[in-house]
Every structure is written in C-alpha cells, then in structure tokens.
Design a protein. Structure first.
Length: 98
C-alpha cells in the first residue's frame, strides 16, 4: 500500500481564500493548471512558490500576511499529520502480516 501526502485541508483553505479562480488568475500571473491542482488537492505548493502564493493572497484578500502564513501552516500541518498517521497504520499492518 502506497501512502502519500494528501492535500485535503490546504485545498479547502485555499478554495475559501481565493473564491473566484478566474478573478485571481486575471489579477496575478499564475498558471491556471497550478491553481486548479492545488485547489483540487492533487498537489500542494512548495518553496519558493508558497511564499509568493501567500503574498498574492495577502494582496487579494487584504488579510495580514502573517495570519495567512499561520493559517496555511495549520492546514498543511493537518495534512501532514494524516500522512504520518497513514504511514503508522501501514507499518502496523505489515508487522501483523509477518
């Protein structure tokens, strides 16, 4: 069984922040494929793209940059915790099979 990091919580958070993807894409120079994948939970932004995304969200929403950082970190941390929990379950199932 292959376990990979899922982007569930971050995708929900990003969808709430962006709202209309077309308006966001017109205002900032993002590829629609990237935003679509991040909002659908298929992938998540990595460094150095994540800080740029958060800065553009700051300009788009008017929310403080530091609060956006903490909200994004919280969402990514939830996704990572689920990933680690899934890894632990897979390891335990392999031990039980032996």
């Amino acid at each position: 069984m292959n376990i990979s990091v899922k982007n569930v919580y971050f995708a929900k958070w990003l969808n709430r922040k962006i709202g209309s993807k077309d308006r966001f894409l017109r205002r900032f120079e993002w590829k629609s494929r990237e935003i679509k994948r991040w909002c659908q939970g298929q992938n998540f932004p990595k460094a150095p793209i994540l800080p740029q995304l958060l800065y553009d969200l700051h300009l788009y929403t008017g929310q403080e940059y530091t609060s956006l950082i903490s909200e994004a970190h919280e969402a990514l941390l939830k996704d990572y915790k689920e990933y680690k929990h899934g890894q632990k379950e897979v390891r335990e199932s392999f031990r039980q099979e032996e």
